[in-house]
Design a protein around this ligand. Structure first.
Ligand SMILES: *C/C=C(C)/C=C/C=C(C)/C=C/C1=C(C)CCCC1(C)C
Length: 259
């Protein structure tokens, strides 16, 4: 595990230097006053920095928390990469990079779901069913959403099926097996993190279907505003979400070392 984390750190260091090289070549494309472009820029940098932070902390805390923190780093790493591409799409064409967003979601959302399983697995014995149910919920939410948004199926049908997938995820984390393990066996810091993560999936995630609804079902919305809102949502749903896990890892490790 230690070796793997170190290799990832090296890789993300290389990526950041690559990205900054690319950035110095095309920085002319970012027009002054393009606030949507700025938000793409800020978020991609924040995601890259978070990746380094989560990896360093995975090394420092190690043990059973290393996996959760490494997964947090994977989420921000994958998203940082996509954000650099999305920023380019936006500044060069002024279009919304929908395909990139969905490819990013297809990878990062299942990883975020796995975190519920991992933080519980760090403190209790949990069944793999939690993992699979959350994974299936994710696919039911995202695949029809994409198909509706890209025009392969009716936009309303895609939306409705996607909402059912999300509802299923919420059921699992609020009332299903995962919630019972969290309430019954988790130490206070893990319970707090679980609660924050659960509400992030409720409130933070609501932003994406609202955007879909306004954009495709309610007759269109301003693309610039929509992108800024999505970009800010990702700060909460990817970076803050990782920090909640980091909080639990840190508190739990401190409690153990003082005991
Ligand atoms: C880091 C990215 C995240 C957390 C993305 C989350 C995306 C969603 C919660 C999308 C949800 C959707 C529905 C609930 C209905 C159908 C349309 C979607 C795919 C936008």
């Amino acid at each position: 595990m230690q070796k793997m984390i170190k290799a990832m750190l090296l890789l993300s260091g290389l990526t950041v230097s690559q990205i900054s090289l690319a950035a110095s070549n095309d920085s002319a494309m970012l027009q002054s006053g393009d606030f949507v472009g700025y938000s793409f820029w800020l978020i991609s940098m924040a995601l890259a920095a978070s990746t380094i932070f989560f990896l360093m902390e995975a090394l420092r805390l190690g043990g059973k928390w290393a996996t959760s923190l490494t997964v947090s780093a994977l989420v921000t790493f994958i998203a940082a990469f996509h954000y650099f591409y999305m920023r380019d799409v936006w500044v060069t064409t002024g279009n919304t990079p929908t395909d990139f967003r969905y490819i990013d979601w297809l990878l990062t959302v299942p990883l975020l779901m796995i975190e519920f399983y991992l933080i519980l697995a760090a403190i209790a014995t949990v069944s793999g069913g939690i993992f699979w149910r959350l994974l299936i919920g994710t696919l039911v939410m995202l695949v029809p959403g994409y198909m509706g948004e890209a025009g392969y199926i009716n936009a309303t049908v895609g939306f409705v099926i996607g909402m059912l997938g999300w509802a299923y995820i919420l059921y699992e984390i609020f009332a299903g097996e995962a919630s019972k393990v969290a309430a019954g066996q988790a130490p206070p810091a893990v319970q707090k993190a679980y609660g924050l993560m659960k509400w992030t999936v409720t409130i933070g995630w609501a932003i994406y279907p609202i955007g879909y609804f306004l954009g495709y079902l309610a007759g269109g919305t301003d693309e610039g505003t929509l992108n800024i809102v999505y970009n800010l949502a990702d700060v909460l749903n990817k970076i803050a979400f990782g920090l909640f896990i980091w909080y639990a890892a840190n508190e739990d490790s401190n409690a153990k070392s003082h005991a």
